[in-house]
Design a protein. Structure first.
Length: 277
């Protein structure tokens, strides 16, 4: 964990890693009176299904459910994916071309050999294969419903699916970024990887990791690591990534401020069109 410009920064290498850390944090605060608030934030509020989006009969069932598909979320993902019909995206590559009469540079060796010596570059269309890094926000204010929280992550999953179908490789991460999350007045940026470029998209499991109920249980629990200060009760005010984060994390696309189906479809279409050029 690092502190950078008045915020604490933590990254988990996988969905499994943040789930394991969350359980360890919850277990560590049991019986700890000074951090009793942690139990209220990450001990599930199993009677508050309307806000979290799911309920579980007990804590064991909650932890077990993290390793099973969430059928409602998978259904939303499949429906949104079926609503997007665009041609296969392609990448534009620059290919070297030699000419006798024009170009960008002269090649002395080819000139001496009597060969076309002007070097130029032209764009050619062919299926794209570069790595695209997508980061999707999961954090929202408490006033947002659990269903609104879901749309950004589902948008990111559909984009990942479509871009990889077209030949791109995608790295997908989720993040929670807030100001004043802790009583030292520092912010918090916690991110977790959902998919590496070489991995297939396991939407049946990863839809869990972008759900409102996951944010309001597992991600909340990430605040209560023993090496972090005591969190404020509000857990901070949500913010999108800072401008310098784009370079630091080498992000190509940030998914945020999408809270309904129509906005999700618009962003998916606009984003895929970018990769057709």
């Amino acid at each position: 964990m690092a502190r950078n410009k008045e915020r604490h920064v933590r990254h988990y290498e996988s969905y499994e890693a943040i789930c394991q850390a969350a359980k360890a944090n919850v277990d560590s605060v049991q019986g700890n009176g000074s951090r009793k608030k942690a139990r209220e934030h990450c001990h599930l509020f199993i009677d508050d299904e309307c806000w979290r989006g799911r309920a579980w009969p007990n804590e064991k069932e909650f932890w077990d459910s993290l390793q099973r598909p969430w059928e409602e979320g998978v259904k939303i993902f499949e429906e949104l994916k079926s609503s997007v019909n665009l041609p296969r995206p392609t990448g534009r590559r620059r290919k070297r071309r030699w000419r006798e009469d024009e170009g960008d540079d002269v090649c002395p060796d080819r000139l001496n050999l009597g060969q076309p010596y002007w070097q130029g570059m032209r764009h050619v269309e062919r299926p794209g294969s570069p790595i695209i890094r997508i980061m999707t926000a999961v954090s929202t204010s408490c006033g947002r419903s659990h269903s609104e929280v879901l749309w950004r992550g589902v948008t990111a999953l559909v984009l990942t699916d479509r871009l990889e179908e077209a030949g791109f490789r995608v790295q997908l991460d989720a993040f929670n970024h807030v100001e004043r999350g802790f009583k030292d007045n520092a912010g918090f940026l916690v991110s977790y990887n959902l998919k590496q470029p070489h991995m297939p998209l396991n939407e049946n499991l990863l839809v869990n990791g972008i759900a409102g109920w996951f944010f309001r249980t597992v991600v909340f629990a990430s605040y209560f690591s023993a090496d972090l200060p005591t969190p404020y009760g509000s857990l901070g005010s949500p913010r999108t990534l800072r401008d310098d984060d784009y370079d630091q994390f080498e992000v190509d696309l940030v998914i945020d401020e999408i809270f309904d189906r129509e906005s999700a479809i618009n962003v998916i279409n606009e984003t895929l069109e970018r990769f057709l050029v």
